[in-house]
Design a protein around this ligand. Structure first.
Ligand SMILES: [Zn+2]
Length: 192
């Protein structure tokens, strides 16, 4: 797993949110693997925003990126699309990625988006089979939704990349990367 993301894809994209999606999706194509089978890769889908698919077992996933730490919930697309998928038993798994753009030295200006280094801080996998409609709430616009992690069993939050910052001891960082076998074993608990 590569912790740094290339900012090159989408370097010409003006919107920050769209740019982040292009950068993280490109990272996902090179670093995500299927937790449901032994496939070492996932393929990005053109027809679903942030969608990925396993070329071997066909499992579907979404890669949701955010600049803030992974908290109690994360946002997704239409509420009805997801709740219907949960009822049908084919909700996608979610990779929730927390990234940071580390500004170049002395660069607190607009150019940091272009010149800063994109770094993966945390990555958590939520199996689709662990989702329940009770854990999905409508967003403020009434269309989108939020997936409430606190409403899911703790085991549904499978850590893949974890950065622990110690505030004492001179800002040291500890980065833990789970082995794919570990992730697949935890994911398997939610298979029917
Ligand atoms: Zn697979």
């Amino acid at each position: 797993v590569n912790l740094s993301m290339s900012g090159a894809p989408g370097a010409d994209v003006k919107s920050g949110a769209l740019r982040a999606r292009v950068v993280t999706e490109s990272w996902g194509e090179h670093n995500l693997y299927c937790p449901n089978c032994t496939s070492p890769i996932l393929v990005a889908r053109d027809d679903v925003e942030s969608g990925f698919e396993c070329p071997r077992c066909g499992s579907g996933y979404r890669l949701k990126c955010q600049k803030t730490r992974i908290g109690h919930s994360f946002t997704d697309g239409p509420y009805t699309t997801l709740t219907r998928a949960i009822r049908r038993g084919d909700a996608p798994g979610y990779f929730v990625l927390h990234y940071e753009i580390v500004p170049p030295l002395g660069g607190e200006n607009v150019r940091q988006i272009v010149d800063g280094a994109w770094v993966v801080r945390n990555l958590v996998l939520v199996p689709g089979a662990a989702l329940a409609t009770e854990a999905i709430v409508k967003g403020p616009d009434g269309v989108g939704c939020r997936i409430v992690l606190d409403s899911l069993p703790a085991a549904a939050r499978i850590p893949i990349i974890t950065t622990i910052k110690s505030s004492s001891a001179g800002d040291t960082e500890c980065i833990m990367i789970s082995r794919p076998e570990e992730v697949r074993e935890k994911f398997r608990q939610f298979k029917k």
